[in-house]
Design a protein around this ligand. Sequence first.
Ligand code: ADP
Length: 161
Amino acid sequence: MKQIAVYPGSFDPITTGHADIIERVSKLYDEVIVLIADSSQKSSLFSIEERKDLVSKSLSHLKNIKIEVHTGLTVDFVRRVGAKVIVRGLRAVVDFEYEMTMSSMNLKLAPEIETVLIFARPETYFISSRGVKEVARHHGSLDGLVPEVVKKPLIERVKGK
Ligand code: ADP
């Protein structure tokens, strides 16, 4: 049976850190589904369709990737596609509590699904979507922070905001 991993997140926008996690996970599973969470709780810079498009363009070199959008519980989506694994990235210690709480909740809701945490590599552990938006707003260099295809749309979008 095909081993599928689901990597959920906001990806507003996708960063080099996200892309690195996806590349590494794509070597461990037959298929990785990047799940863009459609959360009304968070105000976003890019629309769902734009985020999907940026993820897709950034990962066009990977063959076993799918990009999906989901509103609602991640575990419901994971079950529906027949996956057993949720992947999350871990940066600094501050991520730990949030990820642990969320993985415990998901385990309670769906005991058959495991959360697998992948450590960020030293070159990208400080990168966040929020951080790259801030850099773009203040005209800092985005080199190494976001995939090349994200640079222009990000710079354009933060203009005047
Ligand atoms: P969320 O809003 O659910 O935290 P994000 O899109 O910000 O979604 O992140 C999705 C996942 O990727 C989270 O597990 C987050 O910790 C992880 N992540 C974010 N940035 C990095 C990075 N630079 N390196 C590794 N993992 C990261």
